[in-house]
Design a protein around this ligand. Sequence first.
Ligand code: ADP
Ligand code: ADP
Ligand code: ZN
Length: 214
Amino acid sequence: MRLLITGRPGAGKGTQAVNITKFYNIPHISTGDMFRAAIKNQTALGMTAKGYMDKGALVPDEVTIGIVKERLLEPDCKNGFLLDGFPRTIAQAEALDKILSEQNVKLDAVLDVNVAREILVRRMVGRRVCKTCGATYHIEFNKPKTEGICDNCGSALIQRADDTESTAVNRLAVYDSQTAPLLAYYEKQGLLKTVNGDQPVDHVFADIKLALSK
Ligand code: ADP
Ligand code: ADP
Ligand code: ZN
């Protein structure tokens, strides 16, 4: 399975990606997670990415395409992968097509987790993530068993630096102008599968499995 998962910021891509990659036994490649790891490790990539991410802007295409290209060459991607949060621009989508055709492989499907923009600021502002294992929670919609503590590993939950209200609003605008055109791009290629992301997490996952089985 070679899959993409796309959708507005806060739509639930990361949450579903965890289920999908476990179910299909494929690596989860999240450009957002890669950038956050680079920031944590204070690498040159992290320094570059941070300025853009804090504003809710996109990291430049040449930087982002470079790290994805490198990642897709790793041996664990040979039999499939799930790209989460990449591509986010038409230039990235075209670069991905080129990378895959050089490897003589094709995408199987593009999942669009569709959620109306109105509820997404609340999803982002209430998001909490485990600082150790990266598990994602929500203060209202997906609470951990103990407030502020990760169910999986017992570490503290933190708020992402870009999950403030004003940055969330920016990210939604960036999505509309730069990422939304991808839907038509993949529709034309016959790859697009849209699922309703405004339902409980396991209902969304059931719809994803159904969409992928067709
Ligand atoms: P994305 O990767 O698309 O930005 P996340 O998976 O991180 O989105 O989810 C954003 C926030 O919304 C998180 O706090 C998550 O716990 C919560 N969330 C995810 N899926 C749902 C859902 N189906 N219903 C309600 N809240 C959800
Ligand atoms: P979300 O889906 O909630 O916005 P991500 O973790 O996917 O969260 O992305 C967080 C930030 O990382 C983005 O706002 C952007 O600054 C940067 N980023 C992630 N993926 C890309 C990408 N493919 N191209 C450019 N910037 C990206
Ligand atoms: Zn944890």
